[in-house]
Design a protein around this ligand. Structure first.
Ligand code: ZN
Ligand code: FE
Length: 253
């Protein structure tokens, strides 16, 4: 089983998970149909399912066209079934869901939207985080509260440290600029930035990132760091206040 990264729209990533012998495939967050159709036809994949992390158009935009063309089933969060186009199968928090290709664990991680989920495939050591956790950043809080987003990110931190993170957007360079503006003395961050620059220069995605890198370098996962708190003027050891301040600073960065 392998993962193909598909660039969509301006800066989105969709992912095709496939078995190269059986050609059975599953797509995660098809932003738009055409780049996915191109890849499926080129490889003669048999598309069985679409999984959506959340209902935003740049994650579900290809749902209906792909369903019509390949007769695949659409899978998403049960409580978002009225706003995920073409949904057939609703999943719940903490559910394990099995299909012809893999077994995955679903966690509800609200904050960016109220119905956002992540998809963890243990066999691939892969976590699909949509617009909740990005490399060196996190999603904007559209429907949830700061507290919800903070808790959701903490859930993600608990996956095995070597988990590969596949997120919804290539925002890494801009995110790295923000992390660096506050966390200048973090040598791990400086190394990560070097690698990011190299990837971008070579025209490669900066994705997947590794959870351990994010825990060490992503400022939104380092809200318990006293130096960072001091740097942004949070006095007490208060991670949620730190998270809130960082999110607001990033919104205006
Ligand atoms: Zn989104
Ligand atoms: Fe998005």
């Amino acid at each position: 089983m392998e993962i193909k990264i598909i660039k969509c729209l301006n800066d989105n990533y969709s992912y095709i998970i496939f078995n190269k012998e059986t050609l059975i495939s599953v797509v995660i967050d098809p932003s738009e149909a055409d780049p996915i159709i191109h890849e499926i036809n080129k490889n003669k994949f048999n598309l069985k399912y679409i999984l959506n992390t959340h209902h935003h158009y740049d994650h579900v935009g290809g749902n209906e066209k792909l369903k019509e063309k390949y007769n695949c089933k659409i899978v998403g969060f049960e409580k978002d079934k009225n706003r995920i186009p073409g949904i057939d199968i609703g999943l719940n928090d903490n559910q394990t869901w099995k299909n012809e290709l893999f077994e995955c664990k679903i966690l509800h991680i609200p904050g960016h939207t109220s119905g956002h989920i992540c998809i963890y495939i243990k066999e691939l050591n892969a976590l699909f985080t949509g617009d909740t956790l990005f490399s060196l950043g996190c999603g904007r809080i559209f429907e949830g509260t700061y507290d919800e987003m903070y808790k959701s990110l903490n859930k993600l931190k608990k996956f095995p440290k070597n988990t590969k993170i596949y997120c919804g957007h290539e925002y890494t360079k801009k995110n790295s600029d923000f992390c660096f503006s506050i966390d200048k003395e973090n040598s791990k961050l400086l190394n990560k930035i070097k690698k990011i620059k190299k990837d971008i220069q070579n025209g490669n995605p900066t994705i997947p990132t590794i959870l351990s890198d994010e825990i060490e370098c992503n400022i939104f996962l380092r809200t318990d760091n006293l130096k960072i708190q001091k740097q942004i003027g949070v006095n007490s050891n208060n991670p949620i206040e730190t998270f809130t301040k960082l999110r607001d600073l990033k919104d205006n960065f």
